[in-house]
Design a protein around this ligand. Sequence first.
Ligand code: XUL
Ligand code: CO
Length: 450
Amino acid sequence: MLAISNNERNKTMSNFFNTSTPIKYEGKDSTNPLSFKYYDATQKIMGKTMEEHLRFAVCYWHSFCWDGPDPFGGATMDRPWIVGSGSAMEHAKLKADSAFEMYDLLGVPFFTFHDRDIAPEGETLAESNRNVQEIADYFAEKMQSSKARVLWGTANLFSNRRFMSGAATNPDPLVFAYAAAQVKNVLDVTHKLGGENYVLWGGREGYETLLNTDMKRELDQLGRFMNMVVEHKHKIGFKGTILIEPKPQEPTKHQYDFDVATVFGFLKNYGLENEIKVNIEVGHAVLAGHSFEHEIETANTLGIFGSIDANRNDYQSGWDTDQFPNNVPEMSLALYYILKGGGFSTGGLNFDSKLRRQSSDPMDLIHGHIGGMDVCARALIAATKMLEDGALEKFVTDRYDGWNHPDAKKMLAGGYSLEDIANWVEADNVNPSPQSGRQEYLENLVNRTI
Ligand code: XUL
Ligand code: CO
């Protein structure tokens, strides 16, 4: 017999993680894996602390509900609230205990959740909603001794098979109604918990094949649904922001909230452009064929930037892999455009990130978040250097300087017709000389800050 015993497993309910010492900033030379190397919550940078700039949130679903399955195998991670004995509501409370244990270890100011993450589904929607309310009350108790607050809540309108053909966009009006009743409950609960935003990710709002789909009707249904959410928000006095999270595909072949620009078109079409903003996710931007900073700047330009879901996609697999952020240059440019747009207001930086399947230890969750928070802090430092240095912004300002000429201004303001301009160009033999866009010089400026 080999002298190998089972690993000592840490599964006691009051202590899911095998440390109770909060993670502290120790600086980049520290070799302690349970310390922050860059994230110093209280460090002031451009007038705000890092905590105020970054507004980190831990997500409930990947951190506490996901147990590691893939298409070829089941769970790899033991979670006592999934496999242990006890009632479903006891499990939900045990899960909440471990979640708050983690928020406090990491010192994060926020968390995010779906209704189905926090409480079990009952026999009826009324029972499911009561379960969610009961766990929300449990959260409220825990929030008295924790600094973690709700960044956003959301309804899971995609896991149950009743939603297989969509929620608001379902051909069956009963599914539309069911989804509305579910969203009302989570919006009420989010409001009661003092949440700063409410998110709608159109998990199955799309189609698999056009052959069975009436696109116009489905979009009208979605437009009415979103308007009802906004009406209810105002009715209950929720001051937070309603956010749509764009994603181009997965799970459906084509999702209606494809990317930021598509969502803006939808909002305009249904009179919602001043009511709803976007929650932009790194991996979703990548799936849409965009860079993350492109999506952020598009939202800034259209006035609908709200919040972000931070993660990283595998660039080879073409799938939404939701890895913890580990790409400092990608995050630095994202934060540069976020800060240039004025930074977060009600939004924040939610780790919509999950462990790899083989990272089966509870402590892997802590390492994942420490890494993600440090990457974002490093990126914040780089982004503020870019802003404070000002060379990038100056280059862009100078590049458009010609537009400050009174005639150029008049041309833009509609003071000249196409014919006026044509006459002038021909008469004066206007002959513009191309100017270098200096991309490599600008990329070098960026790299100096990272
Ligand atoms: C799915 C995704 C969701 C939303 C919330 O890709 O990102 O987890 O963030 O429903
Ligand atoms: Co997300």
